[in-house]
Design a protein around this ligand. Structure first.
Ligand code: FES
Length: 56
């Protein structure tokens, strides 16, 4: 599903960023561009990131 409509970032993109070593929201943002515009996706994005880190 799309997490960030502005930049076109999916939950899969965030999971891939975590698989590639991102361990903070800043690192996920740098890797995906998520929340780079309106910022409304930040809460959902962080939640997807936390779930992905937990499942590592
Ligand atoms: Fe992600 Fe707007 S929906 S920056």
């Amino acid at each position: 599903m799309y997490v960030c409509l502005c930049v076109g970032v999916t939950d899969r993109d965030i999971e891939n960023a975590v698989s590639d070593g991102a361990r903070s929201w800043r690192e996920v943002r740098e890797a995906t561009g998520c929340a780079g515009q309106c910022g409304k996706c930040a809460c959902t994005g962080k939640s997807v990131m936390r779930d992905a880190i937990t499942q590592e």
